[in-house]
Design a binder for this molecule. Structure first.
Ligand code: CAA
Length: 256
């Protein structure tokens, strides 16, 4: 298997880099398989507290691999369980930061949206141009983009195929931070270290709570959040964090 997903580690932060630069990191079946299995492996490692998912300067990913799609039938896609594989990303416990520079299109935009948050370079361009090649965003784009930016802008992006610049994406709430070209990966890594420095159990539960807000009705989300709070409060780390604050010292997390 070729290395279409590179990985490195800096203490509690793992960085995965999509590595098909000649095809603008188009999401081939091989790439998605390698990406999801690596993410799942890292997710099982309790010492990994945050994951950064990056592309390169020119592209985060320019979408599903069109050459592969063109030679596949619907039944091929069905048997490959291509889209089902994306559910595994949603199920990850470990916070996942997308570091986006350049093209972030089609399945690439859907992949960034499936991460917990996006750090973007000023050069980033977001889009769902699928209708231009006769298909539709099929890995969550019609749903997640609409929830992220609202109906009207989602319709504009999906129906016209226009690309959203980084500043527009920031204003619309699609991305969390925009930084100068050349800074995007360092900023994402810095943010990931910051996330990784917080109480591990509380961080996972807080992420789960935000996902609920994004996925369901408010009242159910509030009830769910309350249960997450009791669970976080029952951890040894909650006692440690609260006491450390009162004793004016740095907390020592045990992930218990
Ligand atoms: N799949 C496969 N290969 C791709 C690709 C993709 N999505 N996007 C780019 N490439 C390849 C090109 O074919 C080209 O390869 P060659 O050098 O071998 O010809 C190489 O990457 C560089 O691309 P360009 O020469 O086109 O680069 P550019 O700078 O002129 O244009 C671009 C950049 C505007 C992003 C253009 O490449 C483009 O429009 N790409 C396709 C974007 C797209 O339609 N994405 C949606 C795909 S469908 C999808 O994602 C389905 C889904 O959600 C389920």
């Amino acid at each position: 298997m070729s290395d279409v997903v590179l990985r490195e580690r800096d203490g509690p932060v793992a960085v995965l880099t999509l590595n098909r630069p000649d095809a603008l990191n188009a999401l081939s079946n091989e790439l998605m398989e390698q990406l999801v299995s690596t993410l799942q492996e890292l997710d099982r490692d309790d010492d990994v507290r945050c994951i950064v998912l990056a592309g390169n300067d020119k592209a985060f990913a320019a979408g599903a691999d069109i050459a592969e799609l063109a030679r596949s039938s619907a039944i091929d896609l069905y048997y490959q369980r291509r889209i089902e594989r994306w559910d595994a990303i949603r199920a990850l416990w470990t916070p996942l930061v997308a570091a986006v520079s350049g093209y972030c299109l089609g399945g690439g935009c859907e992949l960034a949206l499936a991460c917990d948050l996006i750090v973007a370079s000023e050069s980033a361009k977001f889009g769902q141009p699928e209708t231009g090649v006769g298909v539709i965003p099929g890995a969550g784009g019609t749903q997640r983009l609409t929830r992220a930016v609202g109906k009207s802008l989602a319709m504009d992006i999906i129906l016209s195929g226009r690309f959203l610049a980084a500043d527009e994406a920031l204003a619309a709430g699609l991305v969390a931070r925009v930084v100068q070209e050349g800074e995007w990966l360092d900023e994402a890594k810095r943010l990931a270290q910051e996330i990784a420095s917080k109480a591990p159990i509380a961080t996972r539960l807080a992420k789960e709570g935000v996902d609920r807000a994004y996925e369901g009705p408010l009242q159910l989300g509030l009830e769910y959040e309350r249960r997450l709070l009791y669970l976080a409060f029952a951890s040894e780390d909650a006692k440690e964090g609260l006491n450390a604050f009162l004793e004016k010292r740095k907390p020592e997390w045990k992930a218990r």
